[in-house]
Design a binder for this molecule. Structure first.
Ligand code: CS2
Length: 496
């Protein structure tokens, strides 16, 4: 990322000189910490941090956030150098606005100081722990939800050395919290996992059991820890030099932790916080008993479309989601995917029309100011496909319906992982199952049917209901054959 020169750095000393509309609602250092957040990426900064700042700004409460970066030292140093301040630029497509956010009460680097994070998790002042660590950090089998630990997590769970993984930190932190009887806490997954609250609970329970936690710790956790499910939504691409330049222009100060996001945002949260919570509802969050239906609306109706656009767009050589929507026929196909499949695969919450939701999503994707790279969304497909597309297929087929458009998304992912775009350009495979995928592809003999056979064999990705369904297999094979022979543009032109 380009280092900004010629402007002094954002920090407390800069606050008085910021344009009025860009000033934070809270001054870091004035609100004690009540939340620990794991995963300080762009999404957290533009989503939960903004909601929390607005909630505390309007309704008060000791809900400063201590942000923990699991790996990146750069970000921790950058934020520390800026007195934990950063800005969010909202890109509407018709003019931008930039505001500095003062929600962070501190930052920690887990990799270099894991014990400080364990101590924080056991701190009685901390009542809420939120997570945005991406799907793969949970180390759960995407199909079964069973813990599938890599060597680092296995080591965290087996020994006493400082933990190096997110589940390792949680388990060690909860054991220390139980030992200190430090009061109840809510652990809140804000990742795009299916039933994210239940998945996080499953992760903690399985990891505690594997770590040999005592019965006392296990019963303390079952009594004192809750796992509210959530649906989170805001499109926040990875920051670029352009993001930093926009922040500098708006603020008159260099902000090396700046993020940019679309205007839309949504947060649905199950209201199960035994130690209290910020008044997020005053910032527009919806507190509910059950976030499950909302989560399906979003995972299938937004993320499913995002993945479809990312794979088909990347294959067609389009750099961003907005560019990809320009591939002739793509929006027509996505509309049919929503209307004919997503909308009938489950019952949405009262008053929600999936077709209207899908149209709004496509309008958000078309925002030309959001340069969200197709390759960014294409990453980690093995962890995303189940909840975004395969669950739709399972539900449709159980109801005796066709899943033809969803099968196109599966075929697009398969063609993407084969590694070559329509113009012959190499496509990167960034996925925790990359080795398994490449190994499976080595056995295909190169035919589309062989590729489908090999990849359907990845049990961690394709549930038996999908892999064993001849109609789905035939649809995926037909689409993959068309994509392989004719490319994305001709395939879509002949489709919708
Ligand atoms: C995207 C999401 O990167 C991805 O896989 O689909 O990050 C998406 O932008 C957010 O979930 C929107 O809320």
């Amino acid at each position: 990322m380009a280092v900004t020169v010629g402007a002094s750095r954002l920090g407390l000393a800069a606050l008085r000189r910021l344009p009025e509309a860009s000033r934070p609602l809270l001054r870091p250092g004035t609100v004690p910490a009540g939340i620990v957040h794991l995963g300080l990426g762009a999404f957290h900064r533009a989503h939960q941090a903004v909601y929390t700042e607005e909630a505390v700004g309007a309704a008060g409460g000791d809900w400063g956030i201590v942000g923990v970066a699991p790996r990146s030292t750069d970000l921790v140093e950058t934020l520390a150098a800026q007195d934990n301040l950063f800005s969010v630029t909202t890109l509407s497509g018709e003019g931008d606005s930039t505001r500095v956010i003062g929600a962070l009460a501190g930052v920690r680097h887990a990799a270099s100081d894991p014990n400080a994070v364990v101590a924080l998790l056991a701190d009685p002042e901390i009542k809420v722990v939120t997570l945005t660590v991406t799907e793969k950090a949970y180390q759960l089998d995407p199909v079964t939800g069973r813990l599938s630990p890599d060597a680092a997590l296995a080591a965290d769970l087996a020994g006493d050395a400082p933990p190096t993984t997110v589940p390792g930190l949680l388990v060690r932190g909860l054991a220390a919290r139980a030992a200190a009887d430090a009061g109840p806490v809510a652990l809140v997954s804000c990742d795009n996992l299916p039933a994210n609250g239940a998945r996080l609970r499953g992760l903690v329970e399985q990891a505690l059991a594997r770590s040999g936690a005592s019965d006392r710790v296990l019963s303390w956790v079952s009594e004192q820890v809750t796992f509210p499910g959530t649906m989170v939504d805001r499109i926040v691409p990875a920051s670029t030099a352009q993001t930093l330049a926009a922040a500098r222009d708006a603020l008159g100060f260099a902000d090396l932790a700046a993020v940019a996001a679309e205007p839309y945002r949504q947060w649905v949260i199950e209201d199960d916080f035994p130690g209290g919570r910020p008044a997020w509802e005053v910032a527009g969050a919806v507190l509910t008993d059950d976030a499950g239906q909302w989560e399906r609306v979003k995972l299938r109706g937004l993320n499913g479309l995002h993945s479809a656009t990312a794979y088909l767009g990347a294959l067609a050589g389009r750099e961003t989601v907005a560019d990809a929507l320009g591939v002739p026929g793509l929006t027509g196909v996505l509309r049919r995917l929503v209307a004919e499949e997503v909308a009938v695969s489950f019952t949405p919450p009262d008053g929600v029309s999936m077709v209207a939701y899908g149209d709004e999503v496509l309008a958000r994707f078309a925002n030309p100011a959001i340069r969200h790279r197709t390759l960014q969304i294409a990453m980690d497909g093995s962890q995303k496909l189940p909840q975004r597309v395969l669950h739709t297929i399972v539900d449709l087929r159980a109801a005796g319906r066709s899943a033809r458009w969803s099968a196109l998304v599966v075929a697009a992912w398969m063609r993407f992982v084969c590694g070559t775009a329509d113009d012959g350009t190499a496509l990167p495979l960034a996925d925790p199952l990359a080795e398994r995928i490449t190994g499976a592809l080595a056995t295909t003999g190169g035919t589309p049917a062989g590729v489908v056979e090999a990849l359907f064999g990845l049990r961690e990705v394709f549930p038996a209901e999908v892999a064993g369904d001849d109609e789905v297999r035939a649809d995926v094979t037909d689409w993959l054959t068309a994509l392989h022979r004719h490319g994305v543009t001709a395939t879509l032109a002949g489709a919708a």
